[in-house]
Design a protein around this ligand. Structure first.
Ligand code: PRE
Length: 295
């Protein structure tokens, strides 16, 4: 059975993994921090890692993509999106106003993952503007800390599965600023994995480093894709971290690497003097409304 490193039980990452695998047996191995999730597979402790790479409202994209580029060599094997529905979670009854409602003025501190916290900015400003905000490694870590500190006026932002995992209460549900809040996840690891879902297409993620002092280099790189009618879904520049002002271009092409035209485009880009690294060529999956089965 394949082992998959993921953030702790009750996180969005955990629920997203359960959704992707659709009840197919796999062994989730929980790690407290996303850096430990990456390292687990890089060190061979697990077969795959679940990495959140982009969010509709507040992307964790840069830091996590930088890890895939600079810190570990783990090919991307699948990509899928999953909704992030955040709630305000507390110890049962702690903020009850005695009339069946919630007394938000009693909230002294709100804990969550920084991305989840940022997704709920409007709610926090309007309901608990004076609360101290503390960021932790994941939404479920926030829920666990709140559980262990009853009576102090602390609340967590997390998903329903997080509240259930620790037996806490949702005191305000669906508090994200925008209801269409999705996170894009990547499964990274050395080998391909059979996924029990129907993919909606394929992507190849390519990292291109331009030669220095070559006017129009980016234009020529993009032309190599354009005249072959290769569809791009992302182009993003990231610092090489080697020299100030030098960048990689992270380009996602909506085509598998084994297609006829993509290898030719890559050869053309190399012939321009660019360095090309393939971060992965993988199936992509969309979200279909259904609840992940919790194992
Ligand atoms: O803390 C969690 O629940 C996570 O799965 C992490 C994470 C992220 O890193 O972006 C994933 C999705 C949520 O939107 C918020 C946080």
């Amino acid at each position: 059975m394949k082992s998959i490193a993921v953030l702790p039980q009750g996180t969005t990452s955990h629920e997203a993994l359960l959704y992707l695998m659709k009840g197919e047996p796999c062994r989730p191995v929980f790690y407290k921090l996303i850096s430990d999730v990456f390292l687990a597979t890089a060190r061979g402790e697990t077969d795959y890692s679940v990495i959140p790479v982009e969010n509709t409202i507040e992307g964790s994209v840069s830091m996590h993509m930088d890890w895939l580029i600079h810190e570990v060599d783990l090919p991307m094997q699948a990509e899928w999106i999953y909704p992030s529905v955040q709630n305000l979670i507390a110890n049962p009854g702690e903020f009850a106003d005695g009339k069946g409602g919630v007394d938000y003025s009693g909230i002294v501190k709100i804990l969550s993952h920084p991305v989840a916290m940022a997704q709920c900015g409007h709610f926090i400003r309007s309901h608990a503007p004076t609360a101290e905000l503390e960021t932790v490694g994941s939404t479920s870590e926030a829920v666990e800390i709140v559980k262990n500190n009853p009576g102090k006026g602390w609340a967590a932002i997390g998903i329903e599965l997080g509240a259930k995992t620790f037996g806490l209460e949702i005191i305000a549900s669906k508090i994200t600023d925008h209801q269409n809040n999705f996170t894009r996840f990547v499964l990274a690891g050395p080998d391909k994995l059979d996924i029990p879902r129907v993919s909606i297409g394929s992507k190849t993620s390519v990292l291109v480093t331009l030669p220095e002092d070559f006017p129009g280099a980016l234009h020529q790189v993009l032309s190599a894709f354009a005249w072959r009618k290769l569809n791009l879904s992302r182009i993003e520049s990231r610092p090489t971290k080697k020299k100030l002002g030098t960048y990689y271009f992270h380009i996602d092409v909506l085509e598998p690497l084994e297609s006829v035209l993509l290898p030719a485009a890559i050869e053309e880009i190399k012939a321009l003097g660019c360095q090309v690294r393939i971060l992965g060529s993988y199936p992509t999956y969309t979200y279909e409304e259904e609840k992940a089965e919790v194992q």
